[in-house]
Design a protein around this ligand. Structure first.
Ligand code: HMG
Ligand code: MG
Length: 290
């Protein structure tokens, strides 16, 4: 399957998940116009991969109910990939029809979280992924696979890294071009992240792994450093550090994009975004949710 990120040693790629992960948990309904404006500000800032929305059930996540309108309205910038989160074939079909450049499916290393978030077991989720991947293959759309609760789960506590490695290997073998391991509730310590990545990297090369850190206890940047030392070069972040998951109690914001960009640049990595424009997008994102 096609890849979305070119890899070199000092180039770090950011997946901007603010319009989806940042906004999905907001109680006040944000207008489609404002969501589209945020996406366009992020593409103007230079982000080349933006998770624009989620084609999930509007009953489960009302904030993402305008997914079709968002995709139909956003002015797509050439060279930017607009990705869409989907839980099943229904979502994948509609996302492809509405011009998604990439699809993101989501599994979990915690059985309880899988049921709370998608109303099915991890194994049942894999049957859905087969369908999603078949559709994506037919349309030549690359697929990212998330693994939630890759370190800790709000229901089950600490997660065995071998579970994460097992699911990652399966997702990759099925055709996901990239596996994003997520600290869903932002409680992972750098030591735990290092252990998890160490186990994972026995199964898969660092070039196919991305890290998705929430920042509940201010450890996300330390965890990014662990990822960098392990050779990971793709990280997720959200404008203004917005975020949370409606089915993960305690999940606070994602790592903020501006914080991540400044951190990476200070460490000598090349990140192809304009920091001033990132700041403008972050101001706008924070006003939307104030
Ligand atoms: P269910 O209720 O078991 O499914 O939900 P169902 O098949 O019985 O369908 C229920 C209704 O939803 C039906 O409508 C379907 O048509 C509709 P009705 O007949 O009642 O009017 N439906 C859909 N509508 C739009 N798009 C779809 C879709 N599928 C069904 N794709 C389901 C199962 C998976 C659909 C539901 O549980 C769901 O949508 N879950 C999504 C939850 C979610 O989005 N969570 C947040 C994102 S994951 C996350 O934040 C973690 C991440 O950031 C990484 C990390 O930090 O860990 C990625
Ligand atoms: Mg998340």
């Amino acid at each position: 399957m096609r890849r979305c990120t070119e890899m070199t040693d000092d180039l770090v790629s950011i997946v901007e998940v603010g319009p989806r992960d940042g906004l999905q948990n907001e109680k006040r309904l944000i207008s489609t116009e404002d969501k589209v404006k945020l996406i366009e500000m992020l593409s103007d800032a230079g982000f080349k991969r933006i998770e624009a929305t989620a084609f999930v059930s509007p009953k489960w996540v009302p904030q993402m109910a305008d997914h079709e309108a968002v995709m139909a309205t956003v002015k797509q910038k050439p060279g930017t990939a607009y990705s869409v989160l989907v839980p099943n074939a229904k979502g994948a079909n509609a996302a492809i029809e509405h011009g998604a450049d990439e699809i993101a499916l989501f599994s979990s290393a915690s059985e309880t979280f899988s049921r709370k978030n998608t109303n099915c077991s991890i194994a049942e989720g894999f049957a859905r992924f087969e369908e999603i991947l078949a559709l994506a293959r037919d349309h030549d759309v690359p697929v990212r696979g998330y693994i939630s609760c890759a370190v800790n789960c709000p229901y089950e506590g600490h997660i065995d890294p071998n579970n994460v490695a097992h699911i990652a290997r399966k997702l990759f073998a099925m055709g996901c071009h990239e596996i994003a391991v997520a600290d869903t509730i932002g409680t992972a310590s750098p030591g735990d992240v290092d252990t998890m990545l160490g186990t994972l990297l026995e199964e898969l090369p660092s070039g196919v792994i991305a890290c998705h850190f929430h920042d509940t206890y201010g450890k996300a940047l330390d965890n990014v450093d662990v990822g960098l030392r392990r050779g990971i070069r793709v990280f997720d972040s959200a404008a203004g550090g917005l975020g949370g998951c409606p089915y993960a109690p305690g999940a606070a914001g994602n790592l903020a994009s501006g914080v991540l960009v400044r951190h990476l640049k200070a460490r000598g990595f090349s990140v192809d975004v304009d920091v001033d424009r990132v700041a403008l997008a972050e101001d706008f994102a924070m006003k939307l949710t104030a």
